[in-house]
Design a protein around this ligand. Sequence first.
Ligand code: SF4
Ligand code: SF4
Length: 92
Amino acid sequence: MVTVDIQTEKCTGCAHCRDVCPVNVFELRPTSEFPGMVDDPAVAAKFRFRGEKSVAVNGPECIVCEACLFECEGECIDITDDEGNVHHSTYK
Ligand code: SF4
Ligand code: SF4
């Protein structure tokens, strides 16, 4: 089974992942729903945090198209495919 993991402290809430995913893996939720969450300062130095965080609500539906991996500002999405290979995000 494919798993989609998000390093939430690095997620800016840009919503790019939700917008590009063809199978609706992601949902955006208010940062207030993540108690104790501290936004990553290294990411905050480069991008604006929008007050929301992405959650991979339909991770098993991922077809590993990799579209989200190139659109993720926080470079915080990791996808593990059926063979156990991990695909990391790199913002382009
Ligand atoms: S790699 Fe998976 S989660 Fe990312 S956009 Fe493609 S189908 Fe969606
Ligand atoms: S693309 Fe990355 S930084 Fe943007 S909302 Fe999705 S997980 Fe967060």
